[in-house]
Design a protein around this ligand. Structure first.
Ligand SMILES: C[S@@+](CC[C@H](N)C(=O)[O-])C[C@H]1O[C@@H](n2cnc3c(N)ncnc32)[C@H](O)[C@@H]1O
Length: 230
């Protein structure tokens, strides 16, 4: 992948899959260093926010090696992990159910899931509206979704520190421990993300109601919560 230009369409899907295959073995290690382990806390809350009965069936979409999947199991849910990258699914061998699929063509019947989690993947989807449409299709009426994505703090010093860390230091850590191009692409890929208001509107159009957007820890991350309309 060329970190200096952002691919579109089929080319994006191909390159994203190849990139995640390549970084899969050390993805979770670099992730932990990148977030100082804070993402574990954010995921815990994101799963609790689903407010589902225990033993609900929850799709972990774009699961990677399974950080959200494991948290769902810890909170007594029944996770089903889906990811585009075989490498990522292979790195998450402890996940109870792993399925390779594209978020825009999910191999499930309508309304089979009580909820969905999706961590840090929205900007990687080639067709975000198509992925939201599939999320709505496979979630039962009244089911809940909880999505985490990268964000950028709004206030001065916090924002400057974040930019230095995310745009300068993370690519160096990624280069040393994993793949140089991938960890230069990572900060650049935030350009794919629509504004939060637009993402919320897309979720409503896809068939979700009570859409809620929350900035996590001063905007280091962001969370979207919504309920599948009846
Ligand atoms: C940044 S990783 C996040 C992994 C995991 N959810 C987490 O929170 O650590 C993004 C994941 O999205 C997956 N992905 C990208 N495009 C996808 C698509 N169209 N369908 C399914 N998964 C996709 C990638 O393979 C990768 O595992």
């Amino acid at each position: 992948m060329d970190a200096t230009r952002l691919p579109q369409g089929e080319e994006k899907t191909r390159q994203v899959r190849a990139m995640f295959d390549a970084i899969a073995p050390r993805y979770e290690l670099v992730n932990r260093l990148m977030t100082f382990g804070l993402d574990a806390r954010w995921r815990r809350r994101a799963v609790a926010d689903l407010r589902l009965a225990t033993h609900s069936t929850v799709l972990d979409l774009a699961a990677g090696p399974g950080a959200f999947t494991r948290e769902l199991s810890r909170q007594s849910q029944r996770p089903v992990a889906v990811d585009l990258s075989f490498g990522m699914l292979d790195a998450g061998r402890d996940m109870p159910t792993r399925i390779q699929a594209d978020a825009t063509t999910l191999p499930f019947r309508d309304g089979v899931f009580d909820g969905i989690t999706c961590g840090y993947a929205l900007r990687n989807f080639t067709d975000l509206a198509g992925a939201f449409g599939e999320m709505a299709r496979v979630t039962r009426p009244g089911g809940r979704i909880s999505l985490l994505e990268v964000a950028e703090p709004r206030s001065g010093l916090w924002r400057a520190g974040f930019r230095l860390w995310f745009r300068r230091v993370v690519p160096i850590i990624g280069s040393l421990l994993s793949d140089r191009t991938a960890y230069h692409y990572l900060p650049a890929s935030t350009a794919y993300l629509p504004e939060a208001e637009e993402i919320a509107a897309m979720l409503s159009r896809a068939g979700f109601s009570a859409v809620n957007h929350r900035r996590v820890m001063g905007g280091l991350s962001q969370q979207f919560l919504a309920t599948r309309s009846s």
